[in-house]
Design a protein around this ligand. Structure first.
Ligand code: FES
Length: 166
């Protein structure tokens, strides 16, 4: 025998209540499921698999951070050896790239709203994937919403060591 629970519009049987609960759960899963997969999709758009992010330079081969100085061993961080290679050094909040054999370095703290760990790099341009601002190799804004340049750091090579000074 089914139990009845009171509702404002009368009585609701257990089977009807269970149906409504399942329907509600399905609606919630549908809503959040879409959001979840959309989120995963946009993460994929940020190209997390490109291997350019170094979240912990202290443990990432060839990168040491001491105060405002970042030293990168180019024999270990070989991705910087050729033009188009780049690094996002998250702990130091720095972007470093090889552009036609010259190195550029600048802050990874976007001047739009401060994202510092969502960047891509192509055609000598850094793109903050938080909201799409694009900066040239001198940190100048090419496309908003950012409206101020990225602060440049100095980058110099001595032997096989690239030193970035913030
Ligand atoms: Fe970089 Fe918004 S924080 S574009």
């Amino acid at each position: 025998m089914e139990k009845s629970i009171p509702t404002t519009s009368g009585k609701l049987t257990d089977s009807r209540r269970k149906f409504i609960e399942k329907a509600g759960l399905a609606a919630v899963m549908g809503t959040f499921g879409v959001a979840f997969f959309t989120s995963c999709s946009s993460t994929d758009d940020a190209d997390p698999g490109n291997g350019n992010n170094t979240g912990n330079p202290g443990q990432s081969g060839g990168i040491t951070v001491s105060g405002n100085t970042i030293r990168i061993d180019l024999t270990i961080q070989t991705r910087l050896a050729s033009s188009g290679g780049w690094l996002l050094i998250q702990d130091a909040r720095a972007l470093v790239a090889n552009i036609n054999g010259s190195y550029v370095a600048m802050t990874s703290v976007c001047t739009h709203s401060g994202c510092s760990d969502s960047w891509s790099f192509a055609n000598s341009r850094f793109t903050c994937t938080c909201h799409g601002s694009v900066f040239d190799s001198a940190g100048k804004v090419l496309q908003g919403p950012a409206n101020a340049p990225l602060a440049l750091f100095t980058a110099s090579v001595n032997g096989t060591t690239l030193t970035v000074t913030k």
